[in-house]
Design a protein around this ligand. Structure first.
Ligand SMILES: *[C@@H]1O[C@H](CO)[C@@H](O)[C@H](O)[C@H]1NC(C)=O
Length: 320
């Protein structure tokens, strides 16, 4: 069953033009990883389609209710011209709209949380007290103990501090709402591109030599499971991608410029790529439009429900 799923994914990736791992890309649609160790992560699609907050709401619903709300969304919001078909363009516009809405609500929530008095700006001191105040109580050992991702509290604060300074266009060490939005969602702000590139590079560069080796690149998206003898084909393809494509100057590493071309390629449209992926998955005849029954038939591709979560728990159990 996993094999056929895998074949499907590769076909999807090729036909629909969806890269295996879009999490690293700027302006990405969800922090969930779309493909991890060749398992298709439905949560990625759900968050892209609904926005992170709505995706969570749907996850709590019984399947029939989840389907019913999806049906309403299609008719009321997505099929804008009401012709009974959801076209690629309508789907793309919808995904763009939900992402924008999610980001705006997220910024508003955090802005109010750190600035309950409604001041013009939030000073770094205020923000760092709210977010990192607990660090004052910690011992040096606790501050520098790495978590499972290799981060320490000290690193995280430093990184936030650097990003803050970067977002602080007028350099008064306080962020107004616009600056705060780019601090919180730098992937959504072209002027923050260099800091996103730097943070990405640092995440992947485990040996901290300032560049990404092939093994670091692969290690970021794939870890061999115990007993696994041969790498899956998609990992081999990623190796070829690295050598043939990402490492443009052929020195065996990706430097900051090459990371930039990878995560922020000009012209790449995430909403369109995701719309193509969803259409491809739900529509056998690939006429670039979906009917309501086609969508409802594949409702667990678009939205979650208690049943999908239950099903995924079962599927996970099945693999052991
Ligand atoms: C925030 O400050 C920037 C300069 O860093 C300025 O361009 C922008 O208009 C300001 N935004 C608001 C909402 O005041």
């Amino acid at each position: 069953m996993l094999t056929s799923l895998y074949v499907l994914l590769v076909v999807t990736a090729v036909c629909a033009g969806v890269p295996e791992d879009t999490k690293r890309m700027m302006d990405h649609l969800s922090d969930a990883e779309h493909f991890k160790n060749d398992h298709h992560n439905k949560q990625f699609d759900h968050e892209a389609f609904l926005g992170e907050d709505q995706a969570k709401t749907f996850d709590q619903l019984p399947p029939e209710e989840s389907k019913r709300r999806l049906g309403e969304l299609i008719v009321d919001k997505i099929d804008v011209d009401g012709d009974g078909f959801v076209t690629l363009v309508e789907l793309k516009d919808w995904i763009r709209y939900t992402q924008k809405r999610y980001i705006e609500e997220d910024v508003e929530r955090h802005w109010k949380q750190h600035n309950p008095q409604g001041a013009e700006t939030i000073p770094w001191e205020t923000y760092q007290k709210n977010v990192y105040g607990f660090m004052e109580e910690m011992s040096p050992a606790e501050l520098t103990a790495p978590n499972s991702e290799g981060f320490t509290y000290s690193n995280l604060r430093k990184r936030d501090r650097r990003r803050w300074t970067y977002a602080d266009g007028d350099a008064d060490d306080a962020l107004n709402r616009t600056e705060f939005a780019s601090f919180l969602h730098p992937e959504d702000h072209p002027n923050m591109r260099d800091i996103v590139v730097l943070e990405t590079l640092e995440d992947i560069d485990k040996d901290k030599d300032g560049k990404v080796s092939l093994e670091e690149y692969i290690g970021d998206m794939y870890q061999a499971e115990e007993g696994e003898e041969e790498e899956p084909d998609w990992v081999k393809q990623e190796r070829e991608q690295f050598t043939g494509y990402r490492d443009t100057n052929k020195d065996g590493h990706m430097d900051a410029n090459e990371v930039k071309d990878w995560i922020a390629p000009p012209e790449f449209d995430h909403a369109e790529a995701e719309a193509r992926h969803l259409v491809f998955e739900a529509d056998g005849d690939a006429d670039e439009r979906l009917t309501k029954p086609e969508i409802l038939d594949k409702y667990d591709l678009f939205v979650g429900s208690q049943a999908t979560d239950f099903g995924e728990a079962l599927a996970r159990h099945d693999e052991f």
